[in-house]
Design a protein around this ligand. Structure first.
Ligand SMILES: [Zn+2]
Length: 330
């Protein structure tokens, strides 16, 4: 008898990654290719369909059958229509019925999910959130994403296309401008974009006039990895930017812990490579801003699965949709 398999995916602004996954979240095969989002939505779907067909073929070779596709996408998602409403990383996808178009091409059900939600489900199933019933998930990448796992399940709120959007909590109304148009969001302090903007502001303000970051800023080669590297070498500006990142996260988590009566958080995403640079300021800020929680009870964990959290999580949510099971993550 053929075993049930799923295709889990993570569609980012730079890469589209897919995996062949068992219903339990075990990844059997992975692939990655450039998204090339400027080529347009139809072109992206065409290449995505090819990538999915390769996965389906891999599934057959493994003695199984792909039953559905789950895709994590950054932004606001209409889950029922399977459309991307607004994605900052995939502007040509806005309003596009991605799930319907891909589903027709593959003759398989396709489900869209928010990228931070699939991170949360993946970490809950197999990673740092395993065995913890209630926790707050945070992803630190180009932007800041978030999710809530409550009672072992992904919290959907009123199903408005967004939920757990920590990145757009205003933590300083007079703070830096955010990509969403507001001022002082967490994302404007704690994302890789915020780290880079901090360097650009120092260059434009004449506070940074030489050195590797100055040069990278002028040549357009500035990355958060470079800022991380400079911080480790003792560069004051870079250290301050990671300090601000930790401070802002501690402030946001302290408020959420008080509101929700929780004490666990899991933080993932590429910016976690600078974990040692921000976890100290984060814990200090959390202690400073906690009114109800005894700060000693707070547990802040680093995600364990890296990129695989989103692949396992998107597959798991697709399985929940087709099998009619609750979206339990365990
Ligand atoms: Zn914002």
């Amino acid at each position: 008898m053929e075993s049930d398999l799923l295709i889990g995916g993570d569609i980012g602004g730079t890469h589209m990654r897919l995996a062949l996954v068992t219903p339990d979240g075990e990844i059997l095969h992975q692939s990655r290719e450039a998204t090339l989002v400027r080529a347009g939505a139809a072109d992206v779907v065409g290449r995505l369909a090819l990538q999915c067909r390769e996965m389906m073929e891999e599934g057959r070779r493994a003695g199984g059958r792909a039953r559905a596709v789950g895709l994590g996408v950054a932004g606001k998602i209409d889950r029922r229509a399977g459309a991307v409403l607004f994605s900052p990383n995939l502007p040509t996808m806005n309003g596009f019925p991605l799930a319907g178009e891909l589903g027709r091409a593959l003759v398989l059900p396709v489900f869209l999910e928010n990228d931070a939600d699939v991170f949360g489900v993946g970490e809950s199933l197999l990673g740092a959130g395993r065995g913890i019933p209630h926790w707050i998930g945070v992803t630190l990448g180009t932007g800041v994403g978030g999710c809530l796992i409550l009672g072992g399940k992904l919290w959907r709120g009123d199903d408005l296309g967004f939920c757990g959007e920590l990145g757009h909590m205003v933590i300083d109304p007079g703070g830096p401008l955010c990509a969403c148009g507001l001022r002082g969001c967490l994302e404007a302090h704690a994302s890789s974009s915020a780290l880079k903007q901090g360097v650009r502001d120092a260059v434009n303000g004449g506070r940074l006039r030489k050195g590797i970051l100055h040069e990278a800023c002028l040549t357009g080669e500035l990355t958060s990895e470079l800022i991380c590297q400079e911080a480790r070498l003792g560069d004051d500006l870079s250290r301050d930017l990671f300090h601000r990142l930790g401070w802002s996260l501690g402030l946001a988590l302290a408020g959420l812990f008080s509101v929700l009566g929780l004490r666990h958080a899991v933080i993932g995403g590429g910016v976690c490579s600078g974990w040692d640079l921000f976890i100290g300021p984060l814990m200090e800020s959390l202690t400073h801003h906690s009114s109800m929680l005894d700060p000693g009870q707070a547990v802040i964990r680093r995600g364990e699965l890296g990129d695989e959290a989103a692949l396992a999580g998107s597959a798991r949510l697709a399985w929940a949709r087709i099998s009619g099971s609750h979206e339990s993550t365990s």
